[in-house]
Design a protein around this ligand. Structure first.
Ligand SMILES: C[S@@+](CC[C@H](N)C(=O)[O-])C[C@H]1O[C@@H](n2cnc3c(N)ncnc32)[C@H](O)[C@@H]1O
Length: 497
């Protein structure tokens, strides 16, 4: 009897679906405490020629892009096999090319330019990614975190904003002394800091910390893998990071074809490693391999990325209100700078554990067509609807105007005394699990009259083992409920199946 009930009761209401699917944020405002910290830090440096420094930093990022272009441009077959098999086993866990051989070295000038121009944008992308992790894993609250390539601490700030009271220890791996110093300077004055330990390399961390203590609830590597100048070293690093991941691993890269390629390669490699591990365990225990799958993947499925070799690349965008330092030091090509900028990023998040095999969100949901909805209306409702016809299609959309007014000038005061009320956002009531029933909207949905077209990456089977990238069309006449949801959906939101 119970099973009959659970089969027929839908998992979601239309409203719950909408709030679970929402992952995007229109325009992020960097929190006042971070803006103040950046402003104070920059003032203390009293550095001249900041615009030139910011320009030079941006040129060096372009050089990194060029180096990355020389690496294979698509996920090669070897990544599904063991890319390190040609390497002597004893060397597997050693990174041969030391940081800095080819990559970018952050000295004081670059660090300063990074804090002024890049940190607010990278922070905003990270805040967005970690907020999705929090929404989709409501019980997850990381106490011990590892930030690889920590730089000036964007991830630390984002973790504190997303899970205000969870952090008790953070291990930072950062080879640049200058970046380390800046990171320390930025957090001066913050209250209730966790235990913070900095290391110059992942090997130094491994030497210092006992193997049993190396597991972290959350491991983050943001905007760093592209600076490691060889594919093999990247894979080695990601394997080490995965080893140290007790629960969730998050990789974030710039939203460029190169960044997306790196994320896709690392995703393929981790999936390959886990599949191999499952097969081995299966061999040992004789158990069914499915039961041993130990991965939940932030992508809608665990199959090959359907965008590989299509000329398109998977990335997202987070708009942020420019901070005063960004407005002050960015090139404007003669025109006044816009009040916001769009940070494009790619990401992948993995969680240890089985991908849930729950009913899909739309299972057992019944939707009315527009005709059926109209037929059900009372005469009084019809009168109201008659008036509604004079409201144009777009008028019922919530205020979608971009927030471009700045409040940072008024509020970034010199005072660094921190009001430590890190407010927690109201708990979301519904969440999208990591099962295969949630697709991801890639690129901006297109509105064409009463139909909406969306490019969606989705799982094509219940296990989430394979995926596809397809354009889906939602029309108001066939499904006014989903049409309503589609009109409010943005790039990066989820789409239920
Ligand atoms: C673009 S910054 C990103 C900093 C920070 N993760 C963020 O999101 O703001 C890249 C950082 O990675 C560091 N890095 C580069 N190569 C590294 C390596 N092999 N191991 C550890 N960190 C590295 C650099 O020193 C720099 O601080």
């Amino acid at each position: 009897m119970a099973s009959i009930v659970s089969e027929t009761v839908p998992k979601f209401t239309a409203e719950a679906l909408k709030s679970a699917a929402k992952q995007s944020e229109r325009c992020h405002i960097v929190p006042i405490r971070l803006r103040r910290a950046i402003k104070k830090y920059l003032r203390e440096q009293e550095e001249p020629h900041m615009k030139r420094k910011v320009l030079r930093l941006s040129e060096s990022f372009s050089q990194i892009k060029e180096v990355n272009l020389m690496l294979p441009t698509s996920t090669s077959k070897e990544l599904f096999e063991d890319p390190l098999k040609s390497v002597d086993c004893s060397q597997r866990w050693k990174i041969k090319s030391a940081y800095g051989d080819v990559g970018l070295k952050y000295r004081d000038d670059e660090t300063l330019a990074y804090v002024a121009s890049r940190m607010p944008a990278v922070y905003s992308a990270l805040y967005r990614v970690l907020s999705e992790v929090r929404r989709r894993l409501p019980g997850f609250s990381p106490a011990k975190v590892l930030d690889f390539g920590a730089g000036t601490g964007s991830a630390f700030w984002a973790v504190r904003e997303v899970w205000p009271r969870s952090l008790s220890r953070i291990n930072l791996v950062e080879p640049s002394q200058s970046m380390q110093r800046a990171g320390q300077s930025l957090i001066k004055g913050l209250k209730s800091l966790p235990l913070i330990q900095s290391y110059g390399s992942i090997q130094a961390l491994s030497q210092d910390v006992k193997k049993s203590d190396r597991q972290h609830d959350l491991v983050i590597a943001s905007y760093v893998l592209g600076e490691i100048p060889s594919l093999k070293d990247r894979i080695t690093v990601v394997r080490q990071l995965w080893e140290q991941t007790g629960d969730v691993l998050v990789l974030v890269e710039p939203g460029t074809p190169q960044g997306s390629n790196i994320i896709s390669q690392m995703r393929s490699h981790i999936l390959w490693m886990e599949k191999r591990r499952s097969r081995k365990l299966e061999g040992v225990s004789g158990k069914d391999s499915k039961a041993l799958t130990t991965l939940k993947n932030g992508c809608p499925h665990d199959g090959r990325c359907p965008l590989d070799n299509t000329g398109k690349y998977c990335h997202f965008v987070q708009r942020l209100q420019r901070t005063s330092s960004q407005r002050a030091y960015k090139r404007s090509k003669g025109e006044p700078l816009r009040g916001f900028e769009d940070e494009k990023f790619c990401f992948i998040a993995f969680r240890r554990g089985e991908r849930p095999r729950e009913p899909w969100p739309l299972d057992n949901m019944k939707f009315e067509t527009l005709k059926e909805q109209h037929a059900r209306r009372n005469p009084e409702d019809l009168e109201i609807d008659y008036e509604d016809q004079f409201i144009s299609e777009d008028e019922d959309i919530e205020d979608e105007v971009d927030h471009v007014t700045y409040d940072s000038d008024a509020t970034e005061t010199d005072a660094v005394t921190e009001n430590d009320d890190w407010e927690e956002e109201g708990e979301e009531r519904t969440h999208a699990d990591l099962g295969g029933g949630w697709g991801r909207i890639i690129y901006s949905p297109l509105r064409r009259g009463k139909r909406i077209e969306m490019d969606v990456c989705r799982s094509i089977n219940q296990e989430g083992s394979e995926g596809s990238f397809e354009r889906i069309v939602i029309t108001k006449s066939k499904n006014p409920t989903l049409h309503h949801q589609a009109r409010r959906s943005l790039w990066g939101d989820l789409w239920p199946f």
